[in-house]
Design a protein around this ligand. Structure first.
Ligand code: ADP
Ligand code: MG
Ligand code: ZN
Length: 618
């Protein structure tokens, strides 16, 4: 460096003092943002200003020709030749400093020697230049990014996948089976899971492997989340709960990292429960999205499958998941060794509803004349969440009119309010509809028990299940079937028609409730006629029926490969077979009319009837 006073030194000092101060400030609060956003902004502009004010005004930039001219006049001195610039002092003008851009001029040194001008070369010290022009803006951008990341709630660069805040384990959910009612079948199945967690040795003693996963399936509000928490509460194990949608992130790979994180945290705290609520958000079948799949979701789902396979249940981690749309889940999730146990969490029947009302009115001051069983009778189709809502609403209503206790009229009003909301969602039946559905389902059930080859009835219910069905008759297959005979198909057809025929017999009137039954019945007959060669008139021919290929968009179908005449003959054969089946079912149900009435009446009261009860009645 030259012995001249150098403005850069003063900048160095300024910078040192500036950074020194801010560092001291940040040392006081470890963990706080390094620099406040506005401080950074002000410092940055300050530096730019300093740079301008120190360099610009004191030196004059002159053309090279002028420099040569001045040299010829002998009015320059103290030349400093850098790689790009030449600096020096113009004599005469009070030692005005100048700078000129260096031009390739080999004779320069010689010329200066001749004129006895003092000169020296220098390598440019570009450190501060680099700092100002590169490092500072970059550092500045980095700080802005950190600042915004902080504001968005992220926890910094390194912990993207970690995000410990969201995956938290409740050490005690403070929920027990006492808090759950009306879904006894589901509860019984889950009591086994509690045993797995509390006394695993008992099951491992004989070499058995504890199941990995349980999937709770049922309509919204039936208590799936509650039940999962109750299992954790009963087993007194930590409860890791995460919502399926929380896995699906904006950044590819983050969801997968989160899954890994969840499982490694859980493994460290075993025995414990991992609960994935609303699994459908994450576990939609891969490749279902025609418009190019959701990469991130698929990656996350794959990671979940990998983790499920990878851990050992004997360490005591059990996965639970809940969904109200099991049909869209990826089949790989339901494979043995993953969520292989499925527990149906159904709408509660009348007794269940009374029990749920009892639970939720534990903290409520009820008047003596409030009859919870009556309220249960008035609320068919309501789920646990609706009932909890009713109790709460009526307590609020009573409080609003300054009563000392909740009276039946408060409940009436609360029910009306909730029903109003539910009617919009089509979930409440009126008395007439309830009667029709009771006869319809009784018809299915009685035909199923009367024909030779139908599966035995497991349960009849007039409570809606899923979105479309008003009630249902559940049959339980006694064995696996790979082939069906003609008689079996005809019996299945008869069961499907049972509902519609019962309506005809009893009300002399038909309803729209049988649409799905008729569709399935027609499907069976058409297959018998056109594919299985089971109709004498059409004969032993199997015509390819136009189908929608599974992996192509709807509406794409192959051409039919038979003539219009054949089509007409097949249509005729189909309606003839339907007619026969109709007559057969009509005969069965007319013969058992007394039983039909009895079963429908029982259904109207109980809402659900078990298969054994029906067989006892017969
Ligand atoms: P889901 O997860 O099936 O949608 P939740 O478990 O979230 O339903 O239920 C919501 C609330 O409704 C619960 O917190 C509870 O207060 C009440 N609830 C639902 N089902 C029941 C039930 N079977 N017994 C008692 N309370 C219930
Ligand atoms: Mg839930
Ligand atoms: Zn039906």
């Amino acid at each position: 460096m030259s012995n001249k006073p150098n403005p850069i030194n003063t900048i160095q000092e300024k910078l040192r003092s500036l950074f020194g101060r801010t560092q001291a400030a940040s040392n006081k609060k470890p963990g706080a943002p390094l620099l406040n956003f506005w401080t950074v902004l002000i410092i940055f502009w300050g530096l730019v200003y300093l740079q301008q004010s120190f360099f610009a005004p004191k030196t004059e930039t002159i053309p090279y020709s002028r420099f040569k001219q001045a040299m010829a006049e002998g009015s320059v001195d103290d030349i400093l030749i850098g790689p790009e610039k030449i600096e020096g002092i113009l004599k005469g003008v009070q030692g005005q400093k100048f700078v000129t851009v260096r031009v390739n001029d080999p004779g320069l040194a010689k010329e200066m020697d001749e004129r006895k001008i003092q000169y020296s070369g220098r390598t440019e010290n570009r450190f501060w230049g680099i700092l100002l022009s590169w490092v500072l803006p970059l550092g500045f951008l980095f700080l802005i990014w950190r600042f915004t990341a902080k504001n968005m709630g992220g926890s910094g660069v390194m912990s993207f996948g970690k995000n410990k805040a969201k995956i938290f384990a409740e050490s005690d959910t403070r929920v027990s089976f006492e808090d759950v009612a009306g879904i006894d079948e589901a509860r019984e199945e889950l009591e086994e899971v509690v045993d797995f967690l509390t006394t695993p040795e008992k099951f491992q003693k004989l070499g058995g492997r504890i199941p990995k996963g349980v999937l709770l399936v049922g309509p919204p509000g039936t208590g799936k989340t509650l039940l999962a928490r109750a299992v954790a509460g009963e087993a007194k194990v930590p409860f890791f709960s995460i919502n399926g949608s929380e896995f699906v992130e904006m950044f590819v790979g983050v969801g997968a990292a989160r899954v890994r994180d969840l499982f490694s945290q859980a493994a460290a705290q075993a025995p414990c429960i991992i609960f994935i609520d609303e699994l459908d958000a994450l576990g939609k079948a891969r490749g279902m999205n025609a418009m190019g799949g959701h990469d991130e979701r698929e990656q996350t789902l794959n990671q979940l499958l990998v983790e499920m396979d990878g851990f050992d249940t004997n360490k005591g981690v059990i996965i639970m998941a809940a969904t109200n749309r099991p049909e869209i889940l990826d089949p790989a999730l339901l494979r043995p060794g993953r969520l292989d146990r499925q527990v149906l969490v159904d709408r509660p029947d009348i007794n269940g509803r009374e029990a749920i009302l009892k639970i939720h009115s534990r903290q409520v001051v009820l008047g003596d004349d409030v009859d919870l069983s009556k309220i249960a009778g008035r609320t068919p189709g309501f789920v646990g969440a609706d009932l909890a809502n009713i109790v709460n609403e009526s307590a609020l209503l009573a409080a609003r009119s300054n009563k000392d206790m909740v009276e039946p009229s408060d409940f009436d009003e609360a029910i009306d309010r909730v029903i109003g909301g539910l009617q919009k969602k089509n979930r409440v039946m009126n008395a007439r509809e309830k009667e029709i559905v009771a006869f319809h389902e009784s018809g299915h059930a009685i035909v199923a028990e009367s024909v030779a080859f139908a599966d035995p009835v497991h349960k009849i219910s007039i409570l809606p299940r899923g979105i479309a069905a008003l009630g249902y008759t559940q049959q339980q297959p006694t064995e696996d079937r790979y082939l069906m005979t003609r008689s079996e198909l005809l019996d299945r057809l008869a069961v499907l028609l049972g509902g519609r025929v019962a309506e005809e017999l009893v009300f002399n009137e038909t309803s729209t409730g049988a649409q799905n039954d008729l569709q399935r019945a027609t499907d069976i007959i058409r297959s018998m006629v056109a594919e299985y060669g089971m109709n004498e008139k059409i004969g032993l021919v199997s015509y390819d029926r136009p189908r929608t290929p599974m992996f192509l968009p709807q509406g794409y179908s192959s051409e039919k490969n038979y003539s219009e005449e054949t089509a007409a003959r097949m249509d005729e054969a189909v309606s003839l077979m339907m007619e026969e089946a109709h007559l057969r079912v009509k005969k069965i149900l007319s013969d058992k009319r007394a039983l039909l009435d009895k079963l429908a009446a029982l259904l109207a009261i109980q809402e659900t009837v078990r298969g054994e009860e029906l067989r006892d009645m017969m």
